[in-house]
Design a protein around this ligand. Structure first.
Ligand code: FUB
Length: 320
């Protein structure tokens, strides 16, 4: 009887501990930012930036890009720093937001970093693409040059507007890349995923600032992005019946996050549920340049609009 009591107590305590366990932020041993989830063969891979700024720094220091994976939304495997700007001979500086996407068995990791001052570019933000046969690398520069350089878009009169690529392949096989700070830019990609296929178009969705994430759900296209006025960033979104627009503004889905000026959306369906990845500055000693990735549920209304994200420290439950 005594033993049964003890066993029940241990079971109850474990159950209770699991229920109150704070999952967010999901990565606690390094500072991570700019989440980009990808599902491949039943595993959810999370591609992230890596903040290495000190507590005294007043700007980003982002050393490399990391990959984590999970099969149950609870246990995360760290695959390490699988890519850094040094993998691109033309690049210098920080490892800004990135997204990896699969096509025909190859994994294309589109990254924003900065271009050296040389005969190709006067410097400024640039987008490159690395390729691998596996979601966890090894990755190498796919083209030996930048896909987008600062000189290709001139609407923003500063050098760091060509950041934050998001890539989407439509049902007809056409790939599109959206990106940009200050204005949103998009261009078609060729089937090989490493060449532009046409002119760049620039537009500015309401309150747009940066960090676009583009996807399609039940025939409706979504453009989710970080927005800013005088306050820290929030996440807002537009929908469209056509990937080329017109985009209809739909409102705010995420309010300001804890202790970080920026936030950044990464959205995916996995094992029957919709997830919203973002970053905040909630780890001890965290902040706007020492950010941490979190995940919470995302819910859609019947008409396809998105319900407000409820930011939690509990995070999401485990799935089989
Ligand atoms: O992580 C550096 C920059 O901060 C990203 O490129 C933006 O989206 C913002 O999250």
């Amino acid at each position: 009887m005594k033993n049964t009591g003890k066993i029940l107590c241990v079971l109850f305590c474990n159950l209770f501990a699991i229920n109150i366990e704070a999952q967010n932020p999901i990565i606690k041993d390094i500072f991570t930012a700019d989440p980009a989830p990808l599902v491949h063969k039943g595993t959810l891979y999370l591609y992230t930036g890596h903040d290495v700024a000190t507590q005294e720094d007043t700007n980003y220091k982002m050393a490399d890009w990391h990959v984590f994976s999970t099969i149950n939304m609870k246990d995360w495997k760290d695959h390490g720093a699988l890519l850094s700007p040094s993998a691109f001979s033309w690049a210098t500086g920080d490892a800004y937001a990135a997204q990896c996407i699969e096509r025909d068995g190859k994994f294309y990791w589109f990254v924003s970093t900065f271009h050296k001052k040389d005969e190709v570019s006067q410097g400024g933000a640039a987008i490159g693409v690395a390729v691998s046969d596996s979601p966890t690398g090894p990755f190498k520069d796919a083209i030996g040059k930048a896909l987008i350089i600062n000189e290709m878009t001139t609407d923003m009169k500063y050098g760091w507007d060509d950041i934050d690529p998001t890539v989407f392949i439509d049902d007809d096989g056409q790939a599109y890349m959206f990106w940009g700070n200050g204005s949103c830019k998009w261009v078609k990609l060729k089937k090989n995923m490493i060449e532009l296929d046409g002119e760049i178009t620039t537009f500015t969705p309401k309150n747009y600032i940066e960090g676009p994430w583009v996807y399609k759900r039940k025939g409706l296209y979504y453009l989710v992005y970080a927005s800013a006025g005088t306050k820290p960033e929030m996440i807002e979104y537009c929908t469209a019946k056509n990937i080329t627009g017109p985009w209809r503004y739909q409102g705010i889905i995420q309010e300001n996050v804890q202790n970080s000026f920026t936030t950044h959306p990464g959205i995916i369906d996995y094992k029957g549920k919709s997830y919203f990845f973002y970053h905040n500055g909630s780890l001890p000693t965290g902040g706007s340049y020492r950010r941490s990735i979190c995940v919470d549920y995302m819910h859609y209304n019947k008409d396809g609009t998105i319900q407000k994200i409820i930011q939690t420290t509990e995070g999401v439950g485990s799935v089989k």
